[in-house]
Design a protein. Structure first.
Length: 300
């Protein structure tokens, strides 16, 4: 019979896999979450003029360390690698509601995931869970911009509770979002995107992951020639306990931080590219790793 530690380790491991979809593995069921922490960078809260825009998010995530509830390393031969390409379409309308521009968007993430734990390995490739949402964008000045939004993640990808590497969380998620951007051609540039996750129940395991508070951030200096150089990362904290069959899962809340160098190039004609490398620290009940991320925007 499996012990509680065995089951928790399997959950952590399976999570790390999913975490790889966008960056890091959280506690919650399997250690994963619907949002790839650290995914956003510069211009996170600056809504472009009305029109349709195509964004691409590319990332590589790798981790070989698991941390327990005290932040100590779990002695386990473990490695996870994930490459993701998320395709996002944003439509900014001419319609205004409560003084803000109405927007709609959808994200389709393609993932290649590889996991190795002890002498066992698993892999999955394909389309992960689809994200869609709506929001309102505001321009307080030519430098200060912000967005209020709500995103929904649907369990559209395949899921098997017996597999380590799943591309789906197998539950619905609702995520309110607030993103703020301060941008200027020369001088300080700064962004923060704050999110709060309400997770549904995984019907195959009767498990509800706890609520999560997390934020992506960036801060840099623009040199007036299209280039901005600085740092970026994320802050993550699980707020409420997980529940299995209606009972609380104790000592399983995740926590992590990440920081690393970040750059942006904006040609001033409607497209831009950002890139960053970030390493995780202060990790509890999660995998600890690093990631490289690129974001590009092109107007249709």
């Amino acid at each position: 019979m499996k012990t509680c530690n065995d089951l928790k380790l399997k959950a952590l491991t399976a999570a790390i896999l999913l975490a790889a979809l966008g960056g890091a593995a959280q506690a919650t069921e399997g250690g994963g979450g619907v949002y790839p922490n650290g995914n956003e960078n510069y211009l996170a809260g600056a809504l472009p003029p009305p029109g349709t825009y195509f964004l691409t998010y590319a990332s590589h995530y790798e981790a070989s360390t698991l941390r327990d509830n005290n932040g100590n390393k779990i002695p386990l031969d473990f490695n996870v690698q994930a490459d993701a390409l998320a395709l996002r379409v944003v439509h900014v309308t001419n319609q205004q509601i409560w003084g803000g521009q109405l927007l709609f968007h959808a994200i389709a993430p393609l993932v290649n995931l590889k996991v190795q734990v002890g002498g066992t390995s698993d892999s999955s490739s394909g389309l992960a869970d689809i994200v869609f949402g709506t929001g309102l964008g505001y321009h307080a000045s030519d430098k200060l911009h912000y967005v209020w939004a709500v995103d929904f993640t649907a369990p559209t990808a395949s899921y098997d509770s017996k597999k380590l590497a799943n591309l789906s969380r197998n539950y619905w998620n609702i995520e309110p979002v607030f993103a703020l951007t301060y941008v200027q051609p020369t001088g300080l540039n700064a962004d923060v995107k704050v999110m709060y996750d309400f997770n549904g129940v995984n019907k195959d395991t009767n498990y509800r992951s706890g609520q999560e508070l997390h934020a992506d951030y960036s801060a840099g200096w623009a040199f007036g020639n299209g280039w901005t150089v600085g740092v970026g990362g994320f802050v993550y904290r699980q707020i409420t306990d997980d529940q299995q069959n209606g009972a609380t899962v104790a000592n399983n809340k995740g926590r992590a931080y990440a920081i690393g160098p970040s750059i942006k190039y904006d040609n001033g004609k409607g497209w831009f590219l950002t890139a960053k490398f970030e390493r995780e620290s202060g990790v509890v009940n999660r995998a600890e790793g690093s990631s490289f991320k690129i974001k590009a925007l092109l107007p249709f």
